[in-house]
Design a protein around this ligand. Sequence first.
Ligand SMILES: Cc1cc2nc3c(=O)[nH]c(=O)nc-3n(C[C@H](O)[C@H](O)[C@H](O)COP(=O)(O)OP(=O)(O)OC[C@H]3O[C@@H](n4cnc5c(N)ncnc54)[C@H](O)[C@@H]3O)c2cc1C
Length: 389
Amino acid sequence: MSQTFDVIIIGGGIAGCSSAFQLAKRGVKVALLEKSEIGAGGTGKSSAVIRQHYSNKLTARMALHSLRVFQNFEDEIGGECGFTPVGFLAVVEAKDQAGLEANVALQREVGIQTELLSPKALREIMPGVEIADLVAAAYEPEAGYADPYLTVNAYANAARRHGAKIFLDTEVTGIRFAGDKVVGVDTPGGQFDAPQVVNCAGPWGARVAKMAGIEVPIDPCRVQVSFFRRPAGHESPHPVFADFIHAFYVRPETGNLSLVGVIDPSEAEARVDPDDFNEQVDSDFILHTGEQLVRRYPAMEQSQSAGGFASLYGITPDWHPIIDEVAGGFFTCAGFSGHGFKLGPAVGVIMADLVTGESKPQFDPHMFRFSRYTENDPVKGQYEYSIAG
Ligand SMILES: Cc1cc2nc3c(=O)[nH]c(=O)nc-3n(C[C@H](O)[C@H](O)[C@H](O)COP(=O)(O)OP(=O)(O)OC[C@H]3O[C@@H](n4cnc5c(N)ncnc54)[C@H](O)[C@@H]3O)c2cc1C
């Protein structure tokens, strides 16, 4: 016996759960099918940094919208997201100073609270930072990080409260079409029918699209983070710090730890089978991130490694998602690369507007259309010094 819905969402990460919530809130009959559990993909392992430092107006507006949701999570969504507003600092070297300044101007134009800081002023916010190689910094006092697992489960629960049905341990194995219109999906437990299906399968996004006969450029790539225990006199919390010179970021983690990841386009080369990859952190990675951290924050010489882990990004050629109807009634909302968590609240609104054919959408997702790759019009940061978006 098949079950019939208005919309089927494939994947219970932040994109799927936020979309399910926004659609269910509008009275749409939603089924979300997740092959494992809520947050089992990249979302549950996300560093969940929430910054607005973007170089496109659209992504900056999405990040700002989402920040307001994280700040008022209990009222807006219900439940907890663990938002911790420690602030965000980004630093660059001389060649990128003009870009940083232009970015901050763009962000202020869309209403983001951010400012330029001299290296000396930066040190007042984060004492102990090495500033000899810095020319400029950007500061966002409202930014911080959240708990991704709490957040995505709160979205799933909010979707359920609005009537969405969430099916765990339910893997989509096929997508059915009648002519050129999608009509449903297959799972080992039976068929689900709906005239609209949304692929929110993150790093599995290309596999799921292939079931519909569509090739989307989303590579599942292994990424790592490491933890370091902070020495006496330098305890957490500290602001989130993005070092675009040494290509790493660091944020506080529970238990007087700092969590360190890299900001490196070469992560796109670490393609893996998303169902079979090494989830342990490499010792080389711990060594590398430890060295970078100490260069920027010499007191961390006294810190101790506290391990780490590896997880997945779903990376597109321009590090931006595909959010589009890629076949009749079949949507893809995946490929968020390394920055999709913080945009999650806005992404749900975009998907609900797209799927319901809202005549006055809150955001125009044209920039994320699938055809941009064949049109040779990828998303580019207006003032780009990294993969920050
Ligand atoms: C280590 C790490 C650090 C990060 N740091 C940040 C950060 O600081 N800030 C930020 O904004 N972003 C960050 N990101 C990126 C961000 O977490 C991701 O972009 C975002 O969580 C992706 O969400 P998603 O819903 O698209 O995909 P996922 O969370 O990967 O969800 C996809 C889901 O689809 C399910 N699925 C797959 N195939 C099927 C199928 N056939 N049937 C049913 N279900 C299926 C999977 O089980 C999975 O649960 C980080 C990511 C990682 C891994």
